[in-house]
Design a protein around this ligand. Structure first.
Ligand code: NAD
Ligand code: UDP
Length: 318
């Protein structure tokens, strides 16, 4: 009896020893909603590069298949045309929830769809996270601070947002998305992360995006660091370098066409007057800060735009 027991124990131990190794080697399966968009597609590149399996869910409202087309032959990559406003069943370990038009040009185009995406879409993705026990990261925005009365903005600031303006579908939509995220965390024990991204620019941005540039796509690294950290957030991810719009226009002029003229136009409604992230929290707890100054990043984006507009490179070394 004793001998048989020993053999049985050895077999069980052997299996038990092998199993964790297999588990450790299993690839992470990551869902990126809005992964065909500007920020999302850079994130997808990053996750595939490190060996994850990546599923992109996107309705191609503002995103483009071209942004992820280079991954289509990769067996670790899947692209699903789907609107997050509708429920979906998937089995994943992590969810980066980016799906939402981010530029005022697009989100004002259909405000009801924008707020539905933020509220119902986020609810669905949180429901999914709860069901499969996945970690969930929301890409919120500096817009939750509205037209801020504190400068620079720390994460503790509650903001100054117009609930009935033309930007509210986005601002209030994201604020509700943050609320939902925290309620699923507190109420259902979902592991969540909230990033508040400040204006980001770089290659693959829509040519007619219309937003001001302030921070190169380095935010992607911040999103991955946040997802992997033990901190819920919210975290400001942005560039604290401050400049006026006129200073920016001068830099753009220098990079794009020194003979260009600066034109002054009426501002759009509820546009924040001044914004600057306090990123001490991200620096201290995530070890993240932006690395590429405007003067270096801008030419890279300009070259990408040129290639897409005229179909070939200018040959400039950028
Ligand atoms: P983007 O418009 O390029 O990407 C958004 C993606 O979401 C697109 O591919 C779009 O097709 C998809 N999408 C929109 N509605 C959808 C829906 N209902 N169902 C499925 N897919 C949908 O924008 P981006 O600049 O890449 O922004 C990504 C995220 O980061 C957004 O959540 C945005 O709010 C946030 N963010 C971006 C910035 C920035 O400066 N880029 C700043 C703050 C916050
Ligand atoms: N949901 C989803 N995929 C899932 C699980 C849930 O899209 O795998 C959606 C679901 O349809 C619902 C939302 O997420 O609309 C919230 O789900 P939850 O279970 O939290 O709430 P309930 O369905 O109980 O209202």
């Amino acid at each position: 009896g004793v001998v048989v027991d020993k053999v049985a124990t050895a077999r069980v131990t052997g299996t038990a020893l092998r199993r964790p190794l297999v588990l450790l080697k299993r690839r992470k399966r990551v869902l990126v909603t809005g992964g065909a968009g500007f920020v999302g597609s850079h994130l997808v590149d990053r996750l595939l590069e490190r060996g994850d399996e990546v599923i992109v869910v996107d309705n191609f409202f503002t995103g483009r298949k071209e942004n992820v087309v280079h991954h289509l032959g990769n067996p670790r990559f899947e692209l699903i045309r789907h609107d997050v406003v509708e429920p979906i069943l998937l089995e994943v370990d992590e969810i980066y929830h980016l799906a939402c038009p981010a530029s005022p040009v697009f989100y004002k185009h259909n405000p009801v769809k924008t707020i539905k995406t933020n509220v119902v879409g986020t609810l669905n993705m949180l429901g999914l996270a709860k069901r499969v026990n996945a970690r969930f990261l929301l890409t919120s925005t500096s817009e939750v601070y509205g037209d801020p009365l504190q400068h620079p903005q720390k994460e503790e600031y509650w903001g100054n947002v117009n609930p009935v303006g033309v930007r509210s579908c986005y601002d209030e939509g994201k604020r509700t998305a943050e609320t939902l995220t925290m309620d699923y965390h507190r109420g259902a024990g979902v592991e969540v992360r909230i990033a508040r991204i400040f204006n980001t620019y770089g290659p693959r941005m829509s040519i007619d995006d219309g937003r001001v540039v302030s921070n190169f796509v380095a935010q992607v690294e911040g999103l991955v660091l946040l997802m992997e950290s033990e901190h819920t957030g919210p975290f400001n991810l942005g560039n604290p370098g401050e400049f006026t719009m006129l200073e920016l226009a001068e830099v753009v002029k220098k990079v794009v066409d020194p003979s260009a003229q600066v034109e002054f136009r009426e501002n759009t409604a509820d546009d924040p007057h001044k914004r600057k992230p306090d990123i001490s929290k991200a620096k201290q707890l995530l070890g993240w800060e932006p690395k590429i100054p405007l003067i270096e990043g801008l030419p890279r984006m300009v070259e990408d735009f040129r290639q897409r507009v005229i179909g070939h490179s200018t040959g400039n070394d950028v």
